[in-house]
Design a protein around this ligand. Structure first.
Ligand code: HEM
Ligand code: HEM
Length: 505
C-alpha cells in the first residue's frame, strides 16, 4: 500500500531535517505542573507581543529629530513646532488605524514583560533553582532582565515628548557625572550638546534591532538550556533528584501553553484597550527649557531614580575637577544592586560550601537566610521606588517633600534590615509549624474529654504524600553531601535525567 500524502511529507522533512528523531526525543519531554512555571511563559509571550506590536509601530514611526510643524487630527497641537518623531507618534495615536491600541499594547506589554521577568527571577531565587547546574542559565536570564530595563528606557525615549525628554536629560546628567570621561561619553552618545539631533535615531537602532536581536538569541539559548538541564520540580511523592514528574510536551503541555499564550495576549489587549498609558499628546513636544511636573520613569527604573533623588547633593573638587558624588554614587549603586542578584548563585555556593547538583526545589521557609535576603532586596527596591516618586508621595499624602526624602534615606537602611530579621523569624516559625504537623498531625478542632477528666484536641495524621513533602528537605547541621530521602509513590509521566552518571533519559 502506498504511503499517504501526510506520511510522504513527514518523510520528506525527516530525510532532510531529521524531524522524526528530534520529535521522538523532544515531543515526549516532561513538564512538571506548577503555577509558578507559568511566569517564564508570561515573559516569553509578552516578548512575542512586543515584537509583533513593535514591528507594526516601525511602519509608521519616524525616528528623526528634524523639526516639523504639526498638522494632524489632534487640533490642540496644530501649528506647534516639534520633532518628526513626536509628530509621527501623534499620527500613530490619532491617524493610523489601530495605532493607539497597538502603541498602548506595546507599552503595557513592556511593563508586564519586565514585571514577569522580575517575578520569574524571584521564583527561581526563593526556590533555589539557580543552583548547579543552572547557574549559567540564571546569568543568561539576569542578562535578559538587564537588557530589558534598558530596552524599555530606549523605547519610551523614542516619542520625544516632554516626559521622555526629561528622562533623557536624566541620562545625560548621569553620564556627565562619570569621572574623567563623562563629558566625552555624553557628547558621544548625544552627538554633541544636549539634546542634539541624533539621540532618537541612535536609540531607535538600539531599540528595534540590536537589543531585541540579542534578547531573542538569549531567550533561545535560555529555553534550550531548560530543555538540556530538564526542569526542576518541587519535592513530592515519586519526585526525586533523578527524575521529572509531569505531563508530556505533546499533546498536554503544548495545548496548555498555546492556550496560555492567547490568554496573555488577550489580557494585554484588553488592558491596552481600556487603560490609557503614556498619553504623549497631553505632555507636548520636548523642549530643553521645560520640564513636566510629576515626571516619573516606568516602574522598573523608578528605583534608580529614587537613588538619585534621595542622595544629598555632595560635590568634591579634586585637581581642579568637580566630582558630582550626588549623582555618581547612585549610578554606581544602581548596577551594584542588580549585580548582587546576578552573582548570588556563586555567593551562596561559596558561603554554604554546597556545590552539588540540585533538581528538587526548596520551599522558601526551609532556607530562611536566602529567603530573608530575597525579601530584604525586594523591600529595598520598593523603598527606593517610593523615593523615585517622592514628589507624588508628598503631594498625595500632603507631606513635605523633605520629610519623604528623609524617610526614604533612613528607610533604605532600616527597612531591609527589619525585613531580613522578620522574614527569617517567620521562616523559622513556619518550619516549627511543619515539624509540629509532622510529629502530631493536623489539629481537627474536635475536643475530647478523657475518662480522667482531661480535655485534649484530636489530631489527624497527615497523608503519606503530605508527610513526604514536608520532610523531603535537608535539616540544618546536616552534613553537606547528604542525598535527600527518596521514596517512590506513583506519579504521572516520569523521565530520568541524563547527565549525572547513573541517570537515564
Ligand atoms: C523587547 C522588549 C521591548 C520593550 C521593553 C519595548 C518598550 C517600548 C516602550 C516602553 C516604548 C514607548 C511606547 C510609547 O510610546 O508609549 C516603545 C516604543 C517603540 N518600540 Fe518598543 N519595546 C520592545 C521591543 C520592540 C521591538 C522588538 C520593536 C520593533 C521591532 C519595537 C519598536 C518600537 C517603536 C517603533 C517604538 C516607538 C513608537 C511609539 O512610541 O509609539 N520595540 N518600546
Ligand atoms: C525574556 C525573559 C525570560 C524568558 C522568556 C524566560 C523563560 C523561561 C522559561 C519558559 C523557563 C522554563 C519554565 C520555568 O522554569 O519557569 C525558564 C527557566 C528558567 N529561567 Fe527564565 N526566562 C526569562 C528571564 C529569566 C530571568 C530574568 C532569570 C533570572 C535571573 C531567569 C532564570 C531562569 C532559570 C534559572 C530557569 C531554570 C529553572 C528550572 O529549570 O526550574 N529567567 N525561563
Amino acid at each position: 500500500m502506498s504511503a499517504g500524502r501526510g506520511e510522504r511529507l513527514a518523510d520528506w522533512f525527516d530525510g532532510r531535517l531529521g524531524t522524526h528523531t528530534l520529535g521522538r526525543k523532544y515531543l515526549r519531554k516532561v513538564f512538571p505542573d506548577h503555577w509558578s512555571f507559568l511566569l517564564g511563559e508570561i515573559c516569553l509571550y509578552s516578548f512575542v507581543v512586543l515584537v509583533l506590536t513593535g514591528v507594526y509601530l516601525t511602519l509608521f514611526f519616524h525616528p528623526s529629530m528634524n523639526e516639523v510643524v504639526y498638522d494632524g487630527s489632534y487640533t490642540p497641537l496644530n501649528g506647534v513646532r516639534m520633532s518628526e518623531a513626536y509628530a509621527s507618534t501623534l499620527d500613530i495615536s490619532f491617524d493610523v488605524r489601530g495605532g493607539l491600541l497597538i502603541r498602548q499594547l506595546h507599552h503595557w506589554a513592556a511593563l508586564v514583560f519586565v514585571a514577569g521577568m522580575l517575578t520569574h527571577m524571584m521564583r527561581h531565587f526563593f526556590t533555589g533553582s539557580f543552583r548547579k547546574p543552572r547557574e549559567v542559565n540564571w546569568l543568561f536570564g539576569w542578562l535578559l532582565l538587564f537588557l530589558g530595563l534598558f530596552e524599555g528606557l530606549f523605547g519610551y525615549s523614542l516619542p520625544d515628548d516632554l516626559l521622555s525628554g526629561t528622562g533623557l536629560r536624566f541620562v545625560h546628567g548621569a553620564l556627565l557625572s562619570v569621572p574623567i570621561v563623562g563629558t566625552y561619553l555624553a557628547m558621544f552618545l548625544f552627538g554633541g550638546e544636549f539634546p542634539g539631533d541624533d539621540i532618537v535615531a541612535r536609540f531607535y537602532s538600539l531599540h528595534v534591532l540590536l537589543i531585541p536581536g540579542v534578547m531573542a538569541a538569549l531567550i533561545v539559548v535560555h529555553v534550550l538550556l531548560v530543555v538540556y538541564h530538564k526542569h526542576t520540580q518541587f519535592a513530592g511523592p515519586g519526585r526525586t533528584e533523578r527524575n521529572v514528574v509531569g505531563a508530556p510536551f505533546m499533546p498536554v503541555y503544548l495545548a496548555k501553553a498555546g492556550g496560555f499564550f492567547f490568554l496573555v495576549f488577550g489580557v494585554l489587549a484588553l488592558i491596552a484597550a481600556v487603560a490609557t498609558i503614556n498619553p504623549v499628546w497631553s505632555y507636548g513636544p520636548y523642549r530643553a527649557d521645560q520640564v513636566s511636573t510629576g515626571a516619573q520613569p516606568d516602574w522598573y527604573l523608578g528605583f534608580a531614580e529614587g537613588l538619585v533623588r534621595i542622595m544629598p547633593g555632595w560635590e568634591i573638587t579634586l585637581w581642579g575637577h568637580t566630582l558630582v558624588l550626588g549623582v555618581l554614587i547612585p549610578i554606581v549603586v544602581f548596577p551594584l544592586l542588580l549585580v548582587f542578584i546576578g552573582v548570588y548563585p556563586f555567593l551562596e555556593a561559596r558561603f554554604t560550601g554546597d556545590r552539588r547538583e540540585h533538581h528538587l526545589l526548596d520551599r522558601p521557609r526551609n532556607r530562611p537566610v536566602r529567603t530573608a535576603i530575597g525579601a530584604a532586596w525586594i523591600s529595598l527596591y520598593l523603598v527606593l521606588l517610593a523615593g523615585g516618586g517622592n514628589d507624588i508621595v508628598a503631594t498625595r499624602l500632603h507631606l513635605s517633600i523633605n520629610t519623604v526624602t528623609w524617610a526614604v534615606r533612613i528607610g533604605m537602611f532600616v527597612v531591609p534590615a527589619a525585613v531580613f530579621v522578620a522574614t527569617r523569624r517567620i521562616c523559622l516559625g513556619l518550619q516549627r509549624r511543619d515539624r509540629e504537623l509532622v510529629a502530631h498531625g493536623r489539629p481537627t478542632g474536635v475536643v475530647k474529654r478523657l475518662p480522667h477528666g482531661e480535655y485534649v484536641e484530636v489530631h489527624e495524621p497527615l497523608s503519606r504524600a503530605r508527610l513526604h513533602t514536608l520532610t523531603a528537605h535537608e535539616r540544618p547541621g546536616e552534613p553537606v553531601g547528604h542525598e535527600p530521602p527518596r521514596r517512590a509513590v506513583a506519579g504521572q509521566v516520569r523521565t530520568g535525567r541524563g547527565r549525572t552518571p547513573g541517570r537515564s533519559g
